[in-house]
Write a protein that binds this ligand. Sequence first.
Ligand code: GLP
Length: 241
Amino acid sequence: MKIIRAKDYDDMSRKAANVLAAQVLLKPDSVLGLATGSSPLGMYQQLIERCKKGDISFAKVVSINLDEYAGLAPEHPQSYRYFMDHNLFNHIDIPPASTHLPNGLAEDATGECERYEALIASHGGIDMQLLGLGNNGHIGFNEPGGSFEKATHKVQLTESTIDANKRFFDSLDEVPRYAYTMGIRAIMQARRVLLVVAGSQKAQIVREAFFGPVTPEVPASILQLHGDVTLVGDEEAFSLI
Ligand code: GLP
């Protein structure tokens, strides 16, 4: 695992953008596994600026996002489709048809999971998977549990995740209880993984995930077994390692 230490959130965002921009420069038709959350937001702003300047192009990139809330329409401001469109896709030159997320409104959950698995396979897997880290060690919405869930699945969110994500909703009741998430297999089969983490509230879970035992109780710990992980974090997130 490569660990890149940044001073603060802005520095982390620039350094992470460097890694992702290098991937796209070296392989313009990369399949990117993209993520939502506060952690990659600054990095996305950096990538938008670089794309506008003409330093990088996403014209041939395919993006396959990690996860989506079940029950939210794409135009719902808290859906991950809305987040990605507004915080990245609408501002770069990626063709809209090359951007993919699970369909939060799918009526047939099993069929939707199968569709997503087939989509990932049809693009030959993921070249670079971007990840944030949940407070409880989740990646995507792979929540702590008794085993690593391999395939795309519909998941019941834990109380900890609902609590962490309530800040984006008007009330706790509005936070979706279920989500679709890519499974551990597609993440582990990604050729490269880039994980971004910032803030003192992540310090303890960073230590558990990357310096503790590999266990489904801390889903991100499986990344210790991946051959090409780059972890970019700020001083606060790395304060316990
Ligand atoms: C959410 C998302 C994850 C994200 C995580 C951390 O629940 N499903 O993909 O990485 O929480 O989010 P943040 O970066 O806002 O701390």
